[in-house]
Design a protein around this ligand. Structure first.
Ligand code: ADP
Ligand code: MG
Length: 513
């Protein structure tokens, strides 16, 4: 490039002009932005004034619903109550949209209260299990935050520094997650306006509810407690059944039919669970009907125990280490319609259960051998009927296989030492019951509907001679129309034959390598 004199002369003036023009444009832009900001501030203030006491309106109007979408009737009804009264509790089937509504409540409370002069706010979210917060509630908060109608709200969408994995931090307050076994943290949370969220609260400790009580008497504090019901005991149950002292809670039972009508559950799913679990079982009543139901007194294993073990299974999955392989429990199909189930036990966890249909002896023993050599461990094979062939085949090959002979005698006793058992089957079922009951063992079980049904089905009684007798496979089949194959494979995986030898003669004809 070369310089000439003429352009220099003329450009001086135009450079000044340009600079002036630019400054003018910049001033205009700033003024426009300021006006926008003010307009937005006014818009956000209008939004806050309009929706502060209208959560249902917020749900309807400030979330971008797709075509044919929107809150269900019962969600709207509950949302209305949340604006009106300070304590709202609802129970109902799995999947009705409880956690989603709570997530929306967190967003509503935060957005309609944030930035208020001289007033701060807090939302404390808690649940029976930490996983509920981590895997369900907070992801729902993120899900519905993505669907907020910011145009309507009048403030910019949440910034990366505002909405974090388990925290929402705005100008004058924050929403966060607290473990429910830490009432101190809940009690320590103070703010001019505070919302307590108790999700899946059926087993939240009374002390945790009480920790919120201090604030709840004051202006501006609210609590929401939702759950699928469980055993008829505990604070959530007392609130839902309107026990004396909890009259200030508004309570709602969302029924199965409402959930089906809202399209959040299908008739088919409900019917399949009814057949699988039995309509009188506590698992069906809790999860499908949304009713409280106590573990059948006669059930060997209660739903609450199974649910705890499933909780641990999910926790283990995050840690990735399951412990060393111990054994595979093989419940061999007795008829063509039955399934063969293989329960793979690592440490005190059933990591997975494999199920096959219509296998012959060779296929089952081949599959069992495959698992044994892959993980270098033993198998416990049910030896009644076809299973005997599988056991023999594996023993012939010199593999460490233990026979599980359900009908054999045993000297094993229950923990109290008071009761003996009618047979090995009874002892083995009781063994898992006692193991599940011991939190230190940390038994973990996979979340399989059929397994939940199987484990909670068998009943027990004490027969003459102080022996505990667990319902036989045949009786169960007569009663519920199917076999508890998955359950039996798990029972076997926890019955490693050692118990029998420790307590006397080994009736299991165990063969170890
Ligand atoms: N009104 C609704 N419209 C669309 N999806 C919804 C609605 N309510 C809930 N959901 C979704 O349905 C699923 C199950 O809801 P969730 O709140 O987890 O049920 P619950 O907590 O009662 O078991 C979630 O993915 C949730 O986002
Ligand atoms: Mg939920």
């Amino acid at each position: 490039m070369s310089f000439t004199e003429t352009p220099l002369k003329t450009s001086k003036k135009s450079w000044m002009e340009e600079a002036l023009a630019e400054a003018y444009q910049e001033a205009k832009r700033l003024a426009r932005e300021k006006k926008n900001r003010e307009a937005n501030r006014a818009k956000y203030a209008d939004f806050q004034a309009k929706y502060r006491d209208d959560f249902a309106g917020f749900v309807r109007e400030c979330i971008s619903w797709g075509k044919d979408e929107g809150p269900s009737d019962y969600q709207e009804e509950i949302a209305e109550k949340i604006s009106e009264v300070d304590r709202v509790s609802a129970r109902g089937p799995h999947g009705l949209g409880k956690t989603a509504l709570m997530a929306m409540a967190v967003l509503w409370f935060a957005l309609t209260r944030d930035g208020t002069k001289d007033k701060d706010w807090k939302v404390v979210t808690t649940a029976s299990a930490w996983r509920q917060l981590e895997k369900y509630l907070w992801p729902e908060i993120h899900k519905w935050a993505r669907r907020l109608n910011w145009e309507k709200i009048g403030r910019p969408p949440f910034h990366r520094d505002e909405l974090l994995t388990q925290k929402l931090k705005l100008k004058t307050g924050e929403a966060f997650a607290v473990a429910s076994d830490d009432p101190g943290l809940i009690e320590g949370a103070h703010a001019d306006e505070i919302l307590y969220i108790f999700d899946e609260s059926k087993s939240v400790l009374p002390a945790t509810f009480d920790a919120a009580e201090g604030a709840l008497g004051t202006e501006g504090a609210k609590a929401i407690a939702f759950s699928t019901p469980g055993e008829p005991s505990g604070r959530f149950y007392e609130i839902q059944s309107r026990k004396a002292g909890y009259e200030d809670w508004w309570v709602r039972h969302v029924k199965k039919d409402e959930v089906i009508a809202a399209g959040r559950m299908t008739e088919k799913w409900a019917e399949a669970r009814r057949r699988q679990w039995g309509e009188k079982s506590s698992v069906y009543l809790n999860r499908v009907e949304g009713k409280f139901a106590s573990a059948d007194e006669e059930s060997v294993i209660s739903l609450a125990l199974v649910e705890k073990a499933i909780e641990r299974w999910y926790e283990k999955q995050d840690q990735e280490y399951w412990g060393d392989f111990v054994t595979v429990g093989v419940d061999v199909a007795r008829t063509g319609q039955d399934q063969t189930a293989y329960a793979l036990r690592f440490g005190n966890s059933i990591k997975e259960i494999r199920v096959t249909n219509q296998e012959d002896t060779m296929q089952t023993s081949g599959k069992t051998k495959g698992i044994m050599s892959r993980y270098d461990g033993e198998a416990i094979v049910d030896t009644i009927g076809i299973g005997a062939g599988v056991f023999d085949r594996l023993r012939e090959q010199g593999l460490p296989v233990v026979a599980f002979t359900a009908s054999a005698k045993t000297r094993f006793t229950d923990m109290s030492g008071e009761y003996g058992f009618a047979n090995v089957r009874s002892a083995a079922w009781w063994n898992l019951r006692e193991m599940l009951d011991d939190d230190d063992l940390g038994i973990a079980l996979p979340d399989i509907d059929e397994l939940i049904g199987d484990l909670t089905t068998p009943k027990w009684r004490v027969n003459s001679g102080a022996r505990i007798s667990v319902e036989s496979k045949d009786d169960i089949k007569k009663r519920i129309g199917r076999s508890t194959n998955l359950g039996d494979s798990v029972i076997q995986a926890f019955w490693d034959g050692m118990q029998a030898t420790e307590y006397g003669e080994n009736p299991l004809e165990g063969y170890r390598g």
